[in-house]
Ligand binder design. Structure first.
Ligand SMILES: [Zn+2]
Ligand SMILES: [Zn+2]
Length: 348
């Protein structure tokens, strides 16, 4: 069958591969792939900077943002042929560590977890794939192809859940949130903030175009330019760029008692020195919380499904700006002007 393949560690190796049908060890659900979203992680793997193939293999099937239609499901699995599903990305480490043992694999302590399409397991970027029923999430009725947005949404559902939990420590006003970056992650951060009742501000370098329109369609405020130039105080900052200077500038916008979540990673070399003494002073005297968040646990996938089901489907559809057929999938790795979320049509 056709698949999106790379040789991890070897830049420029991304190609249309011909691979065996999915192994039964991958799970009892047989799924016909519909769409798979492409993101910065996939680009990093394609450039040779990240990712590992399954043990004993040198090829990795890419794709961790997979949406597909169930073809075969065993009785009692909770799924039936025709159901639309997405697959959870991470699997707990085999030891398991205390966090994985408790079902919180997204908080894995020893880093020995595996991830579909990223670390040690084939992904969802193929015409057919298999999935364990307990790692399948049913797509809410009415979402259809928009279910491909579930994975990136789950990452933000976790980030916002952590903000909610931290904010419960003491008096807190869930008033204003600042989101840095208006890519798919930033726009999802904005949607989930608006759904929580926050006045959300989004800053991005893009002047006009679809990003501004999407932010404003949610009733949020769009600021074009540098984060340092925005004149607001925020109770919550969701940082989605991973750029040191943006992280630094956004941190300065945090109000006393504020909470800042870091979700972005940038692979470019560091260019900014942080004065840890000054940062310590600012955080202690202002009860500030700065935390990082990655991946998502099972409950975050359900939270994400609820958020997407509550959102305007037309707005969600506006996030998917380009669809590339599987036959030309490497085109999805190229960044084009006004791209937000690029998806691969696995039957195309
Ligand atoms: Zn991704
Ligand atoms: Zn673990």
């Amino acid at each position: 069958m056709r698949a999106m393949t790379v040789h991890p560690g070897r830049g420029g190796s991304a190609s249309m591969g011909d691979v065996p049908e999915p192994a039964s060890a991958d799970g009892t659900l047989l799924v016909r792939g519909r769409l798979v979203g492409v993101c910065g992680t996939d680009r990093e793997i394609a450039e040779g900077g990240y990712g590992t193939a399954p043990d004993g293999e040198d090829l990795l099937v890419l794709g961790h943002e997979g949406l597909g239609e169930v073809v075969e499901a065993p009785a009692g699995s909770g799924f039936e042929p025709g159901d639309l599903v997405v697959g959870i990305v991470r699997r707990p480490d085999p030891v398991p560590c205390p966090a994985c043992g408790a079902g919180d694999w997204d908080m894995c302590r020893n880093g020995r977890y595996t991830e579909r399409g990223i670390v040690g397991r084939h992904g969802y970027g193929s015409e057919l794939w298999r999935l364990e029923p307990e790692y399948a999430i049913g797509v809410p009725a009415g979402l259809h192809r928009l279910g491909v947005l579930l994975e990136p949404t789950s990452v933000l559902a976790k980030a916002w859940e952590q903000v909610d939990r931290i904010s419960a420590r003491a008096f807190f006003v869930p008033g204003r949130a600042l989101v840095t970056g208006a890519g798919p992650i930033g726009l999802m951060a904005c949607l989930l903030g608006v759904q929580r009742g926050y006045e959300v501000h989004v800053v991005d370098l893009a002047a006009d175009g679809p990003k501004r329109a999407l932010v404003e369609a949610l009733g949020a405020r769009y600021h074009s330019g540098d984060a340092a130039g925005i004149d607001i105080e925020a109770d919550v900052v969701i940082e989605c760029t991973g750029v040191g200077s943006v992280v630094h500038a956004a941190g300065q916008k945090l109000t006393s008692g504020g909470i800042m979540c870091l979700t972005g990673i940038m692979s470019s070399p560091p260019t900014l020195d942080v004065d840890a003494t000054q940062m310590n002073r600012a955080m202690v005297l202002r009860n500030a919380v700065l935390f990082g968040s990655v991946n998502a646990g099972r409950r975050h996938w359900y939270q994400a499904a609820d958020s997407l089901a509550a959102a305007d489907p037309t707005w969600l559809g506006g996030l998917i700006t380009r669809t590339v057929p599987l036959g030309d999938w490497t085109q999805a790795l190229r960044r084009e002007q006004d791209d937000i979320k690029v998806v691969v049509d696995l039957q195309g």
